[in-house]
Design a protein around this ligand. Sequence first.
Ligand code: MN
Length: 137
Amino acid sequence: MEFVKPQSTVKAPEDWFTGDVWFDVIHAGQEPSRMRANMVRFSPGARTAWHHHAVGQTLHVVEGVALIGTRDGTVFEARPGETVTCPPGEEHWHGATADRFMQHLALWEGPGDDRPETTWLEKVSDEQYNGHRTRNH
Ligand code: MN
């Protein structure tokens, strides 16, 4: 075994995120592993753009309240210790509430073929961000 070499924190690109988002790559597996694990920190009001993942994604909330929106307009609230999965190809966004920081662990896999791991779409509007929230699950 070996310790994974630590990498510098990365600023999430402005094309794909609204507001300040930073992430640490915890692990990016080398073939045959397709493991991906990032710790992501969102400032208040920050969120991803709309996107989907070829093999889906699992989000585990560490701090704050995570908002996860889907195309039917629902915005799910997830709290620390809770885990949300996004199935392959489902368009969604994730972000912080307007009033506090949010941190989640993002877990996903490379697709094992030529498809992109993540396909990025348009940014999330304020109207979408402020959509009806639910705790139902
Ligand atoms: Mn995602």
